[in-house]
Design a protein around this ligand. Structure first.
Ligand SMILES: Nc1ncnc2c1ncn2[C@@H]1O[C@H](COP(=O)(O)OP(=O)(O)OP(=O)(O)O)[C@@H](O)[C@H]1O
Ligand SMILES: [Mg+2]
Length: 292
């Protein structure tokens, strides 16, 4: 009988494993035959991505790499629910994505902080929107600022921070709601090489704590190999999946700067580069011809 006097189920045995399995499934992303067409200003149909099929398993860190304009951001926009596919489907946790999905956080390429809010207010926005009382949300946000090394910066405004610090705030804001899925569109693209490596290491450390499924977009193959379990290479426009590579470097990976010197890293990187090089060359030739 179901009623208020039913004792809570202990988190052990069959029920616990069912709960764990359900939680894991909720973090799966399944993209099947995804196609997106846009109308050009001339009113013609332009196919940005074509028949993209890809699964991100629960807890997996998946990177998508491809030449500029191949449709990486377009793919992510369909997964996030910010845009609607022209064909095919995206499922998150077994449900077709239709609008913004609970439990999914998005970290954009450009700074996506509210410029009129302090650092603390930016980070606490997520919990407040979910109904957490302000005092509690502020305490949680302060704890996240500590985790990303920004203790004492809560009362600053975004323009008073360096680019790397702003990325830390964005990372705290993306992770504070404990997303089961994290979508990242070239989050560190605009940073200098050293800051980028520090941010990558910090991201991996934070990711290890709760292991959300990650779909991470980048131009940078080294970044993809250092961070991801799988690297997906997209073809030049219209983008589709060309190859998928498993990256079996052990975890936790530690310092991203050091991974790059490992022989195993270099072997994997060079194998994937063979696949990516043709697409980059093709995209470059096409844009050079268009400019001529
Ligand atoms: N809203 C839109 N309307 C028309 N065309 C669009 C729109 N959004 C994207 N496109 C086109 O779709 C193609 C793919 O764009 P997208 O931004 O997904 O590429 P990308 O792989 O993310 O590139 P980059 O690496 O430079 O960020 C491009 O040719 C772009 O001009
Ligand atoms: Mg993009």
């Amino acid at each position: 009988m179901i009623g208020s006097n039913v004792a809570p189920t202990p988190a052990t045995g069959v029920n616990a494993s069912r709960t764990t399995a359900a939680a894991a499934d909720a973090a799966r992303i399944e993209i099947v035959g995804l196609t997106k067409r846009f109308l050009t200003p001339k009113g013609e149909s332009f196919t940005a991505i074509r028949d993209v099929t890809l699964t991100v398993e629960p807890g997996q860190f998946c990177a998508i790499v491809g030449p500029t304009g191949c449709g990486k951001s377009t793919t992510l926009a369909q997964v996030s629910g910010l845009d609607k596919p022209s064909g095919g489907s995206v499922q998150v946790g077994g449900h077709i994505v239709d609008g913004i999905t609970a439990g999914v956080s998005y970290m954009f390429q450009a700074d996506s902080l509210f410029p009129w809010k302090t650092v603390l207010q930016n980070v606490m926005t997520g919990p407040v929107l979910l109904g957490t009382p302000k005092k509690e949300a502020a305490a949680l946000a302060n704890d996240w600022l500590r985790r990303v090394g920004l203790t004492g910066f809560g009362d600053r405004y975004p323009h008073q921070l360096s680019g790397g610090m702003r990325k830390r705030v964005a990372m705290a804001a993306a992770l504070i709601n404990k997303p089961r899925i994290l979508l990242m569109d070239e989050p560190f693209g605009a940073l200098d090489v050293q800051t980028k490596a520090i941010m990558q290491t910090e991201l991996l450390n934070l990711w290890e704590e709760s292991r959300p499924s990650v779909l991470f977009i980048t131009h940078d193959l080294d970044e993809a190999v250092a961070l991801a379990d799988r690297v997906v290479i997209m073809t030049s426009s219209p983008g589709t999946v060309k190859n998928i590579f498993d990256v079996d470097l052990p975890r936790p990976r530690g310092d991203v700067q050091e991974i790059r010197h490992q022989e195993r890293f270099q072997a994997i990187q060079s194998r994937i580069w063979d696949s990516l090089r043709d697409e980059v060359t093709r995209a470059y030739k096409r844009s050079a011809e268009a400019a001529a």
